[in-house]
Write a protein that binds this ligand. Structure first.
Ligand code: FAD
Length: 454
């Protein structure tokens, strides 16, 4: 479904103007980079000439768009040479790639509005981009469009310890908010595993969660106000600095809208007091069903853990080699279950959790003795993505089977969406095939592995 969502998202992003713009651009420039091979095959002997024509009209379109953008943005804020735009060709869903006409890196809201107005007028699709860590292809460029990178909106504007809030620009990294709030004994609770890199603008677009969201909520529950611009460059604001605002509460419409309703430029987030203590239980199970049932049992006993995550055997083996957290490699599944609060609350809750997990069939239970060990327990969950990048190619077989099942399932769904344009159907099937046929860690997996290690 993720792949399908990504495909349809590409089609309908930015509503009416996106789809109509996309259509007009496609009509004007012909099939782009992603479809050239297909086109060459179907056109036979005329293929080289047709391809050359396509390239020429794309070059012309690019020149027009860049010229218009140069009129409102500093030249250094526009990238259009292939070697400059190549890093923006995909997000963490590397099965999809497209080369945009240009990447713009505005520094002010005025520049964002101006760039959007130009693109809107020229009917050019715009894809907003934070850090590009998204796994659903949301930041994949359109071959006839412009990528709007918000990387330069990286300032924390205000931390108010009195109201436990922070006002930050959209390109601020998730973890940077907690780091800035730490001197006040506060932190920003939603903690996607990509928090070292992902931006609050991306978190808002994806309604991102993390291991602590069971108790502390998703991005939606931790954001008070979102400010930004509509696709035509008009300013817009959702929510307010206060807990309540007059009129309709539209914040839940924009949070999770995958960048399709507005380009976020500024966000007011809630900050949470840091708990005095946190401890984590690592419980082993002999089969994955018992581990799943243990999760239900913990909740049924009225316990809301500060964090609750399950890792299966294949992933535990992959991350253990990477983080050396002393995971139980013999277990079919490992459950990480965290408690936080005052020392008394934690002691009582950990004892209850141990009891429930034991009764649910845990074969081994270990409680973190200190903060270093607690972080070690979580390091596997946090590093699952880069760890898989270090796996040898043949180890991909362990992941290939579920992916093949996914492909079968996805293909049968594809046959039922007859209304989807042929190009989109081919595109998604190709992406699924390339994701499943290689079984080899992608370059971005390896890059993240290297970054995590250093
Ligand atoms: C290793 C790894 C671990 C992850 N763990 C988690 C996890 O635990 N939980 C979770 O929920 N996700 C997780 N993710 C997914 C991803 O990190 C999140 O979705 C994150 O919020 C994306 O932020 P980003 O800044 O990278 O956004 P991008 O990938 O750049 O963009 C994501 C979407 O947001 C839109 N967007 C970005 N910035 C803006 C803006 N300013 N205005 C409007 N739209 C915008 C883009 O158009 C796109 O649709 C993980 C990803 C990786 C690679």
């Amino acid at each position: 479904m993720y792949f399908l969502c990504a495909v349809f998202r590409r089609r309908f992003a930015f509503g009416e103007s996106y789809s109509s713009a996309a259509d007009s651009v496609i009509a004007e420039v012909g099939p782009g980079v992603m479809h050239n091979t297909e086109m060459n095959t179907s056109l036979g002997a005329d293929a080289p000439r047709a391809a050359a024509r396509t390239e020429t009209s794309r070059d012309e379109r690019q020149a027009d768009v860049v010229a218009a953008l140069t009129a409102v943005l500093p030249r250094a804020a526009i990238l259009c040479r292939h070697e400059d735009t190549a890093p923006y060709e995909c997000d963490a869903l590397t099965a999809y790639r497209a080369s945009p006409l240009a990447v713009v890196l505005p520094e002010t809201e005025t520049q964002v509005a101006a760039a959007l107005k130009i693109c809107h007028r020229m009917r050019v699709p715009v894809i907003a981009r934070g850090a590009g860590t998204g796994l659903s292809g949301g930041a994949t460029p359109h071959h006839g469009g412009v990528v709007l990178s918000l990387a330069k909106f990286n300032r924390i504007l205000k931390i108010d310890a009195g109201t436990c809030t922070a006002v930050v620009q959209c390109g601020v990294r998730n973890l940077a908010i907690s780091e800035a709030a730490a001197p006040y004994g506060l932190y920003y609770a939603p903690d996607p595993s990509s928090q070292i890199a992902c931006t609050i603008g991306g978190n808002v677009a994806e309604n991102s969660g993390g291991v602590h969201c069971l108790k502390y909520g998703l991005t939606l529950h931790n954001v008070l106000r979102v400010r930004g611009f509509m696709v035509d460059g008009e300013p817009v604001e959702f929510g307010s600095e206060a807990l309540d605002a007059a009129g309709l509460d539209l914040i839940s419409v924009v949070v999770g809208s995958e960048g399709m309703l507005a380009v976020t430029t500024e966000v007011t987030v809630k900050l949470t007091p840091k708990p005095q203590l946190a401890r984590c239980i690592m419980a082993s199970f002999d089969d994955i069903e018992s581990a799943g049932a243990a999760v239900a049992s913990v909740i049924a006993h009225g316990i809301i853990p500060a964090g609750l995550e399950l890792m299966d055997k294949a992933m535990t083996a992959a991350v253990e080699a990477f983080v050396h957290a002393d995971y139980d490699l013999g277990a079919a599944a490992i459950l990480l279950c965290e408690s936080d609060g005052t020392p008394e609350e934690v002691a009582e809750e950990i004892a209850r959790m141990e009891e429930v997990l034991g009764a649910a069939g845990a074969s081994r239970i270990e409680v973190s003795r200190d903060e270093a060990q607690r972080l070690k327990f979580w390091s596997g969950r946090k590093n699952a993505f880069p760890a898989s990048g270090l796996m040898p190619p043949d180890a991909g077989n362990a992941f290939l089977r579920p992916l093949q099942n996914f492909r079968r399932c996805a293909s049968s769904r594809l046959t039922s969406i007859r209304d989807a344009p042929a190009a989109l159907r081919t595109c998604s099937i190709r992406a699924i095939s390339s994701a499943t046929s290689s079984g080899v860690p992608s370059l971005s997996h390896r890059r993240m592995a290297a970054a995590s290690r250093s």
